[in-house]
Design a protein around this ligand. Sequence first.
Ligand code: AQP
Length: 348
Amino acid sequence: MNKITNETINKAESEAVSGKKTILSGIQPTGVATLGSYLGALRNWAALADTYSCYYSIVDMHAITVRQVPAELRRLQYEQLAVLIACGIDPDKNVLFVQSHVPAHAQLAWVLNCYTMFGELSRMTQFKDKSSKNADNINAGLFSYPALQAADILLYRPDLVPVGADQKQHVELTRDIAVRFNGIYGDVFKLPEPYIPKVGAKIMDLQKPTSKMSKSEIDNGGCVLIMDKPEDIMRSFKRAVTDSETSVRYDAKNKPGVSNLMQIYSVCSGKDFGAIEKEFEGKGYGELKTRAGEAVIELFRPIREEAARLIGDRAYLQAVMKDGAKKASFTANKTLSKVYKKIGFIEL
Ligand code: AQP
């Protein structure tokens, strides 16, 4: 396994600030973005946009590995795009596109499927997780999802891939596939590094703080969406599961609920865990829940308002999609053409 160390991440980070390097990441339109995807990924996407050449994709082809309602899937793609722009990802400075609008993703994915081992795919935590949640639909797409994800990444030759901690295993597999392919055909793919935030990399469900906050699990009240109304956000925080102690202390293993709230409050307020422990000395969990809820409400207020405005402007969103597809295809097709040549396909 091609292990990624902190050292390699730091090296890529420092190289990246010296010149304009490339970044790629994606988000599924399986629901509206959550507090988890915002803190784990989207806020970094926006922050990195000025320094890097960025490709950000709405990955509809990944979404159908789980059954979707077609009209909903369409609506959610527009909504997701509006949220990304409202998060500060400017479509004039970044390439924002929908995965299925760039056929090279499917084309390269097939090739990479032939260079990805059954055993490797079987070990992926997300496959095990999602197949246990969708026992009646364990389809081949769900299984080979990481090969498509490897294609998504390798097509754009990115230096960094900003993701939450849950995606680290997939980026490692992407590197393994790239190394295997390069070992046979020469230096075709660039090896990407994951860019995982130090705090906020894995935001947990407010009701089940031992599980990742996920947009497909919105029914239990433990998931906060960017587009949620302030009163709904506060209600979710007030009901957050904590523990039977009273002290606000960071201990992810023994106090997952409180530690998750601290993590959220830390990213939103910019305060470190030491400062937060001090701030809540002698105070109960109720106050931490309220402060964390307020911080999230204020963080999301301008994003929600701008996204709501953009959702009403379909013509603009479609124009962004068209422009993004054109720019993304230009880069992706160059890589695909190189791959096809290397493996012996005839190009006309
Ligand atoms: N809870 C989280 N904490 C930190 N980062 C997270 N991300 C997602 N959830 C958290 C990161 O957000 C990016 C986009 O993720 P995604 O929506 O494409 O896919 P996902 O990881 O499968 O998210 P969900 O919410 O769990 O979706 P469903 O329920 O449809 O599977 C990724 O970089 C991810 O790491």
